[in-house]
Every structure is written in C-alpha cells, then in structure tokens.
Design a binder for this molecule. Sequence first.
Ligand SMILES: [Ca+2]
Ligand SMILES: [Ca+2]
Ligand SMILES: [Ca+2]
Length: 334
Amino acid sequence: MSKLKKLTSIISGLLLSASYAYGAGTGAGAPISNQATVSYDAGAGTVTASSSTVTFTVQELVKGTVAKLDAGNISVSSPETNAAMKFKIKNDGNGSEGFKIVVSQDSGDDFDVTLGSFYIDDGDGILDTAVDTLYDNANPPAIAADAELTIWVTSNIPSSLADAALANLNVSAVSATFVADGQNNPNAGAVVAGSGDSGTDAVNAVAIASVTSTFVVSDIDVTIAKVISATRDNLGADGNKSVPGADVDYTLTVTVTGTGTANNIVVSDPLPAQLQLKDGISGTITVDGNPETASAADSDGTSYDANTNTITVDLGNIDAGDPAIAIQFTTVIQ
Ligand SMILES: [Ca+2]
Ligand SMILES: [Ca+2]
Ligand SMILES: [Ca+2]
C-alpha cells in the first residue's frame, strides 16, 4: 500500500469511528453488524463456512447530569433580586437531547425563594441577563451527545430575613423526550418507543437525581475610611504646611461588619497626579502594622504602579467582626 493510500485509509477509519463514538458509548442509530466463520480441514484441504450477517441498531440512551458549579453556599442579601446559582447540564447520553430543568425547594430550611428564570451562560461565567440566553424550559434546547451547557438559575430573595438564614434549591434535569411522553420522573430502563434519535427507542439510563445548592443570607459589609494622618513640609522647622515637596501621610481603614466572610478584598487608591508615593516602587506601604514593599515583583499583595500612580493592597478574606485593617503610606506633593 502506498503511503498516501495508507494515510487515506487511516483517516477514513478515524472518520468512521468518530461518527458514532461518544464518551457515553456508541451513538444512537449506529448499526452494529457481525458475522462468524468456521474453518476446518477436510481431505481436500481447509474449508471455511460463514454465518449470515447479524445486524442490530444501537438505541438512544438518555442521560442528563446536573452538577453544581458554585463553591460552597452563595451569599445573598435580604431582599435581593436575580440572586444566581450556577449549574452544568451535561448530556451523558449517546444522542441529541434537551433537558427540562426542574427546581424544588426544601421546606425544612429557613426560607423559600421566588424562582426567576434560567439562562445559558455565554462562556464568561458571569450572569448578564441582557447578554446570556434565556433558557426556554418549555422547549429546551437540544444538547449534543457529550456536550454541556452552563446554566444560571435566578431567584428573588425575600426581605426581612435573619442573618445566616438558609434556603436549599434542588435542581434536576429531565429528558424532554420523556416529559413529552408524560414521564416526568422516569426510572432507569424506562422507554419511549420510537422517540430516540434516528427513530430509535429512547431508553432512560438512570432515575432522576437532583443536586442541591444553598443560599445563605449575609448582611456582610465592607467599608473603607481615608484620613490624612500627618503632613511634614520638611523645611527644617517641624512645619506641617502642604507645599510642593511636603510629605502627606494617609491612613486607610478597612472594616468588615455583619455576618460571614468577605472574600478577595482588594483596596485600590489611585493617587491624583499632584501626589506620588514616597520613593515610588522602592517605597513602603504599611498593612496592619507591617511595613511591606511597594514593588509588585514580590508576592506580599501590596504594590504601587508608577504608570497609573495607583496603590493596590490585596487583603484576601476577612471575617465579619475581625479587627479593622489599617493601611498607611506616605506621599509627596509634586
Ligand atoms: Ca434524543
Ligand atoms: Ca426552603
Ligand atoms: Ca455570561
């Protein structure tokens, strides 16, 4: 066989196998044919005989898997509109299928939400109801075998809830093919004859299972205060006049109140052009009493960008009620 012919046959072999092979198994509608042979030695030599070819068609296995994409509980305010939970719906079946999203709420928790709408995320991982596509739950979009969608479930949170109040939402995905057949909660092995891809039977893989995600009410609040703590004109008489060349000390105070933890707190202070951090990127920014270098090259989370004239301090996560954090630095009037 020539190299070209060999390559062509390899490629066509790959295409053939790609047509029906999914992580979920052989694709719905694929014919599987099989023939056996027997050989034996007779007086005149080896003789072979073949069976007839036996063929069947792979039916559609229907399986939608829901996974929670939020880490931990989701902090909300009371009240809040469009509080969002994020889920992944994956088609683990071997055919194209749409899935109806079903949300149920626990009654043994602290409150119920008013359910809003479902959206398909556009890929940025941020809910934007003006940009993300509304999920048509009455006529769910078909998802190809092995493909998945990121779904937002929105809720309105009632007012006057206590801090730390919890609400559980249980989310499942039910095959649109089964719902159309009146089977809203099919067991494993349930069938809708002839309604699978390519006229196959749709066969349910597993009983419907839900995943639970939880809202927690938190009135956590992060405030920042800024004061001038000292001015030194550096003219030799301990003066405090705000003249060019004078030092101006600032103190920022970050306070976390309420309930819970404020995550990824970042303080940004863009200085006006008439002020610069003393000693620039070689200067010092004091955080919680610890002098830290203004260079962005180290990993202390504290930096000064000379191009934008901006001080940035990454404070990480702070629990409500923790002592306030003071950030201090000295600027020079230009
Ligand atoms: Ca289908
Ligand atoms: Ca509830
Ligand atoms: Ca989005």
